[in-house]
Design a protein around this ligand. Structure first.
Ligand code: ADP
Length: 497
């Protein structure tokens, strides 16, 4: 049988290549590589251009320096062999990046001196630049074509026209240098960049992918472990590493969530079993009584008694169902609380008056002690009918769990510290054992579980509803109890002056 997690794992294995970019790991690596790639390309572009410009400028500077030196030699010594020596010196192996040839023209544009390589060669000189040089200005240009004698290749050559004078004679010094050296070097640099960028990016992608795999390995473990936690295995927890990083925080958060889920599940389970148990008993009684009644014909009185007993059980069922419905409505926030300004003292007095009838049967006195400063009015915002039921319930319990001839005291007031209106109902009854105090607000909890029927029977839903109503009003309920001495329930509600 294939279960769901198997299918999921198969799916993971079958992931197509492009689908890795859907994963956070893939996305992270891709964005890292894109940013790195763009930066690398931009950086290389700027670096190359700055370097290329600098190299070409340097090339021109070298030519100019050499030409100036030739021009100076002519000015001092006239036209002689020294001029060519200078070029030769320049072309020595130590300066292999530069080599060039020279030619000197007189004012009639006739060649008066030239490097041996230029013999029988007619250079593609521009006449206007020659004339400009004869007239005293410097000119520089690049030629790509018309190579007259294997002097340069397709990368062209630089031709510099420089003026020179000796006594009254004007000359134009022509310096010609093939660009192959500098352009060759730049071409190599371009090649290196074009190879280096993709190689670097490839290496960075692999390294990034491997690193992100390591970084995300705990996520994979977390997912695998989380997949094993099902409704039946809610007691399991995820391993939290000591790293104090995002993953450990995530694991912690998930653990809290699982804990809350476990609590809710347990409450739900408990509730289902409690509720079915509570509903089953009256139903069994009704069914039993009906079966007994049907066994033989009975007289009218007998039928009436059986129906009365059944009605009692039906009432009990109805109370349970209504109580549960009310509680579930509070829990789902589906109860609307009327927000009217009401006097809490009035509500307490009214519920107390109603309860007195019950108290008198056990000769229990109920004493009301109002706040000294403002005895008749403590205003709060809320639902008077629902709050009345809260106090009726608390008084009802106080009477139910008190012995005859005792006293119940009721205090009202406003707390000094947090400005809450409070009502305390203190009895001298049976009290609640310390171990049970925390349970009394749970549904169906009753200290004496045998007291489920007959006079003064209890459902164990009263205080759960009381707590829900008080909390829906933004308040809280507290209990202090001493076993066999008495209990004091205090309801706190936000005071509105
Ligand atoms: P019920 O009173 O119907 O049993 P409640 O929810 O009102 O249900 O109360 C839950 C339990 O809390 C009671 O069964 C009882 O054990 C305990 N209890 C409530 N009020 C008092 C009280 N004033 N004195 C002693 N025990 C009390």
């Amino acid at each position: 049988m294939i279960n769901k997690s198997d299918t999921k794992n198969n799916h993971r294995v079958k992931r197509r290549f492009w689908e890795i970019f859907k994963t956070i790991r893939g996305k992270l690596t891709l964005s890292f590589i894109s940013i790195f790639g763009i930066t690398l390309i931009g950086f290389s572009f700027v670096l190359y251009n700055v370097f290329a410009k600098q190299s070409r400028d340097d090339f021109d500077i070298v030519m100019n320096v050499l030409a100036s030196s030739i021009s100076e030699t002519i000015r001092e010594n006239g036209i002689n062999q020294d001029i060519l020596n200078e070029v030769k010196e320049f072309n020595n192996p130590g300066l292999s990046a530069f080599y060039g040839y020279t030619e000197v023209l007189n004012s009639a544009e006739m060649v008066v001196m030239q490097s041996s390589q230029l013999k029988d060669i007619s250079l593609p000189l521009e006449r206007n630049r020659v004339l400009a040089a004869l007239n005293g200005s410097r000119e520089i240009a690049t030629v790509y074509t018309d190579d007259p004698g294997n002097l340069w290749d397709s990368r062209g050559a630089r031709i510099l026209y420089v003026p020179a004078t000796h006594h009254q004679h004007k000359y134009a010094v022509i310096l010609i240098a093939p660009l192959s050296s500098v352009e060759g070097m730049l071409a190599n640099l371009r090649l290196i960049i074009f190879i280096a960028i993709p190689v670097t990016l490839l290496i960075a992608s692999i390294v990034g992918w491997v690193f992100s795999k390591r970084a995300y390995a705990p996520v994979g473990e977390l997912v695998a472990k989380t997949n094993t936690i099902t409704a039946e295995k809610l007691h399991l927890r995820l391993k939290v590493s000591d790293a104090d990083d995002e993953i450990s925080h995530l694991a912690e958060t998930l653990n809290y969530m699982i804990e809350r889920l476990e609590q809710s599940f347990n409450t739900l389970k408990q509730f289902t079993s409690d509720a079915s148990h509570e509903l089953r008993t009256p139903l069994t009684i009704i069914r039993g009584e009906i079966e007994v009644a049907l066994k033989k014909p009975r007289d009218k009185q007998e039928y009436e008694n059986i129906l009365k007993d059944n009605l009692e059980e039906v009432n009990r069922l109805q109370n349970i169902v209504e109580g549960l419905l009310t509680l579930s409505q509070y829990e789902n926030n589906r109860i609307t609380i009327q927000s009217e300004k009401i006097n809490l003292v009035d509500i307490v007095i009214e519920s107390l008056t109603k309860s007195r009838i019950l108290a008198e049967k056990k000769n229990i006195k109920i004493i009301l002690k109002l706040e000294e400063e403002n005895p008749d009015a403590i205003y709060i915002t809320g639902d008077s009918r629902k709050l009345m039921n809260v106090f009726l319930n608390i008084f009802d319990n106080a009477i139910k769990y008190s012995n005859e001839n005792t006293e119940i005291q009721c205090y009202t007031g406003i707390t000094k510290t947090d400005n809450f209106a409070y009502v305390t109902v203190k009895d001298q009854g049976i009290g609640i054992p310390e171990s049970s105090v925390k349970n009394i607000f749970e549904r169906f909890y009753r200290e004496d579980s045998s007291r489920t029927r007959g006079e003064g029977y209890s459902l164990g839903l009263g205080l759960s509803i009381v707590k829900a109503v008080v909390e829906a009003h933004g308040g809280r309920i507290e209990v202090k109890s001493e076993y066999k001495k008495g209990s004091a329930f205090t309801v706190y509600l936000p005071y509105s002056s």
